[in-house]
Ligand binder design. Structure first.
Ligand code: ZN
Length: 500
């Protein structure tokens, strides 16, 4: 049997704008990545060439060869028959109808290749290493140019009879049909009289609000990329947010968004939207709040339909705007009259960011070869053993450390000398962000001043939203917990500065 640590896989995320290939170990450490632009307006052959080249180049730079790979997982944005690896349809790129699994296997000299939908695999990645690790059932919703989702139950993807489950972006949230009221051609007066009589008889004195006449045909709604009307994606994706902003500006509303987006409005990046939010731009704030409210209601529907213990939100829009969007989304969910008391149900954000899809692609190719995904989830990196022979010094592999170190979730050690005057005695957000990259169950924070140290609100919020537990401990206790903890873990060892 091969040594777990040396098992190597490649995960490929084929996106509409870029193709990312990453070299990943069997226990989920991303060793290196190669990114290149997705060729546009070209035959599918050219896209396949680019995928193949990105894998070869990645291996070449890492001094690895194809025969060292245990498998390649490929994620594409579209409908995929994951049993065969055939791409059924990719609306925004040119791989529709391509037998991608077979073609890639041939091109890669017979290496095992599995192909899946990008959002499905992103959700699987989050379940393996990220925010869904402890969940029994997780729905991962990715909000970017479009909106997609993946459903994972007991560590397995729920694909549906036709392998298209999880197309949450195309659930209809605004009905593209005439209301019964307008179909009956009821005049305003009739409606008022009816409602008055009704409220007297049935509702007593309670005031009944008349619904405003709504958009009565598909003409009033924007057509979604899928061809239908009223889809979730057409209301709350980045494309929808961009459309709303352009419309508001063309109607005369004042916004500074162009200043943050290189003076242009044709494509508005998530990062530019975040900057405008930070500056307090009213148009962008109102529009992003609206999109977040829509997302909140979609999450509510997901809860009512599936009751997952974790709904994980990811994708470019959430990554960039989570600080503004999450409180709105949470307040919509908290206002739910039906299930608002389910405190064990959580709304989390992605822990893996850009790596979720490539990691999920690897989980997928691994899951396809082993009978159960649970074993994969249980496999953890080889963590260093820490020795503490004297106070204020720790030893790892014969190296003594007396100033701050970070031990990442894959066991790699980063020394981080502090500048006493610049750095406060507490734990820095940046360090916490760094050590928890790649997914962790427990973050151990070691400091001689454990009893009087607390984390900043920003740090606590970051960990809470990713479902990461943390403990602040004295050095000796921290060493003990670090060595004995069975799951994925990371640590920051913080030593007192010698005051001069
Ligand atoms: Zn749609």
């Amino acid at each position: 049997m091969k040594d777990q640590i040396k098992e190597l896989y490649v995960g490929v995320d084929v996106g509409g704008t870029k193709i990312q290939a990453s070299l990943i170990t069997g226990d989920g450490s991303v060793l290196a990545s190669n990114r290149r632009s997705t060729p546009r307006n070209c035959p599918s052959e050219q896209t396949i060439d680019t995928i193949e080249e990105s894998i070869h180049e990645l291996l070449r730079f890492q001094n690895q060869s194809l025969d060292q790979l245990c498998g390649v997982g490929v994620a594409v944005p579209g409908v995929v028959c994951s049993g065969t690896g055939n791409v059924v349809v990719t609306p925004n790129m040119n791989l529709s109808g391509v037998e991608l699994g077979r073609v890639m296997r041939e091109r890669l000299g017979g290496v095992r290749v599995e192909v899946g939908n990008d959002c499905n695999l992103g959700a699987l990645g989050e379940c393996w290493l990220g925010s869904g690790r402890q969940s029994e059932m997780m729905v991962g919703i990715f909000v970017g140019t479009g909106i997609g989702a993946g459903i994972v139950k007991d560590h397995r993807l729920v694909l549906g009879a036709g392998q298209v489950a999880g197309e949450i972006g195309h659930i209809v949230l605004q009905l593209p049909c005439e209301s019964w009221r307008s179909q009956l051609r009821l005049k305003k007066g009739d409606r008022k009289r009816i409602m008055r009589d009704f409220s007297r008889r049935v509702v007593g004195v309670r005031k009944v609000k008349l619904a405003k006449k709504s958009a009565t045909s598909s003409m009033g709604l924007v057509q979604c990329g899928c061809g239908n009307y009223g889809c979730f994606e057409s209301l709350a994706s980045r494309s929808a947010i961009e459309r709303y902003i352009r419309e508001a500006i063309s109607c005369g509303a004042k916004s500074s968004i162009a200043d943050y987006n290189g003076g242009k409005l044709d494509v508005i990046k998530s990062g530019s939207i975040a900057k405008a939010l930070k500056s307090g731009d009213e148009v962008v704030t109102v529009i992003v709040n609206y999109a977040a409210t829509v997302i909140g209601h979609a999450c509510l529907s997901v809860r009512h339909l599936l009751d997952p213990d974790v709904i994980m939100l990811g994708g470019g829009v959430i990554e960039a705007c989570q600080k503004y969007m999450m409180p709105v989304i949470e307040s919509v969910i908290a206002s739910d009259r039906l299930l608002s008391v389910s405190s064990s149900r959580r709304i989390l954000v992605s822990s893996l960011g850009d790596s979720a899809v490539v990691l999920g692609a690897v989980a997928f190719v691994r899951g396809a070869e082993s009978s159960t995904f649970d074993q994969i989830c249980e496999s953890i990196p080889k963590y260093p053993h820490i020795l503490m022979l004297a106070d204020e010094v720790i030893h790892i592999d014969d190296v003594a450390y007396m100033s701050d170190i970070l031990i990442l979730s894959d066991g790699v050690i980063h020394a981080r000398p502090r500048t006493p005057k610049k750095d406060p005695d507490g734990f820095r957000f940046k360090d916490i962000e760094t050590v928890t990259q790649g997914g962790t169950d427990l973050l151990i924070l070691a400091t001689p001043a454990a009893e009087k140290t607390t984390l900043s609100e920003k740090c606590r919020d970051y960990l809470y939203r990713r479902g990461i537990e943390y403990r602040i401990l004295q050095l000796r206790e921290a060493v003990q917990l670090y060595n004995n903890f069975n799951g994925r873990h990371s640590a920051v060892f913080h030593f007192m500065e010698v005051k001069d």
